[in-house]
Design a protein around this ligand. Structure first.
Ligand SMILES: *Cc1c(COP(=O)(O)O)cnc(C)c1O
Length: 341
């Protein structure tokens, strides 16, 4: 039986979260003399600490309860909160599959947690045989699965993810930052079957709001309550919450931009295939392509000199470069620069 309480740090279970007078008084109209705010201006009041409207819009969109939704200052905040809730510094461990997103390591280092890294196989899939022995490690609290994976671009096999969800007794985090670009089914509702699951998504990619810093977690009501307890009271600014609400209200913009990006991605693949300089294009379920070239360091520099900035991933996947799909004219500039390299 899964028992969430046994996984949570003692100090977090015992924590009394910060409570403001505004949390206690729920009405909108009143004379507010409780928070030492300035009475003048338009951004003079503290924002809501519970992002009620945004969560309700997300709940309607996703067809689940807002009790299963947490909103963070980007997924980066959510990753950090998960470490802080479940991992005792200098004692507990987390695990992920590399190459993958760098924040799992950075957040582990900040929190003094050992992150075990298991290499993906030559198809960039999870090697479950190599993973299984770690299930017996009582200090292993978290497994981070990035699917679609950054920087490789592919989704992991659903059967492997399911195997982990069923057999690991700690928390499984599936980072779906790129799920909006993929045809694969999202895991965002699967906490109903797997109480140890947290799925993160973000407004930073397909929703075109990287500057607004809005990340989302989908999980059981109990895990969402823990995230709410530990977050800073005003982690989401009023301006950023409004931007996310407007994006959800303008779904046709989201859909049409996404369609353009996916069409551009298909075109880009066709054009890259014709270039000798590109040795391999890895399969992608995301809005970027990982490509193999002869000499990634040199090509990266050549492109920079032509004012086209890509991501050199040579240190993670030998001689690879990660290319984000841009606007049509930006992609043409990339192709031109590649031809010039
Ligand atoms: C871009 C990205 C994110 C987004 O992080 P935010 O903090 O929400 O901007 C999360 N995970 C992965 C794997 C990413 O590539």
């Amino acid at each position: 039986m899964f028992n969430l309480k046994t996984l949570v740090r003692q100090n977090i279970l015992a924590l009394q979260p910060y409570s403001s007078a505004r949390d206690e008084f729920k009405g909108n109209d009143g004379v507010f003399l409780d928070a030492n705010e300035n009475p003048f201006g338009t951004l003079n009041r503290y924002p809501n600490s519970d992002q009620k409207i945004l969560k309700q819009k997300l709940a309607d969109y996703k067809k689940l309860s807002s009790n299963n939704i947490f909103v963070g200052n980007g997924s980066d905040e959510i990753i950090d909160l998960i470490y802080r809730i479940f991992c005792n510094p200098n004692q507990d461990k987390a695990l992920t599959f590399t190459p993958t997103f760098g924040m799992y390591q950075v957040a582990a280092d900040i929190n003094a947690i050992e992150l075990i890294t298991l290499p993906l196989n030559d198809k960039f899939q999870i090697n479950t045989d190599a993973l299984t022995p770690y299930f017996n490690d009582d200090n292993l609290k978290l497994i981070f699965i990035c699917s679609p994976n950054n920087p490789t671009g592919n989704c992991f096999n659903a059967s492997d993810i399911e195997f982990i969800l069923k057999n690991f007794k700690g928390i499984v985090v599936i980072d779906e930052a790129y799920a909006d670009f993929s045809d694969r089914e999202s895991w965002s509702k699967s906490f109903e079957s797997y109480p140890n699951l947290i799925v993160t998504q973000t407004f930073s990619k397909a929703w075109a709001l990287a500057a607004a810093r809005i990340g989302i977690a989908y999980a059981s009501k109990e895990i969402v309550q823990l995230l709410n307890k530990v977050k800073m009271p005003y982690n989401i600014s009023q301006l950023n919450e409004k931007a996310a609400i407007e994006a959800l209200d303008n779904r046709s913009t989201f859909e049409s931009n996404k369609r353009i990006i996916l069409e551009e991605k298909a075109k880009l693949i066709q054009e890259l295939k014709t270039l000798d300089i590109i040795k391999k294009i890895y399969p992608s379920d995301a809005n970027f392509l990982l490509v193999e070239v002869d000499d990634a360091n040199q090509l990266y520099q050549n492109l920079v000199e032509q004012k086209v900035i890509t991501r050199n991933r040579n240190s993670l996947v030998k001689n690879s470069i990660r290319i984000t799909v841009g606007k049509p004219e930006e992609n043409q500039q990339l192709i031109k620069a590649l031809k010039n390299s």
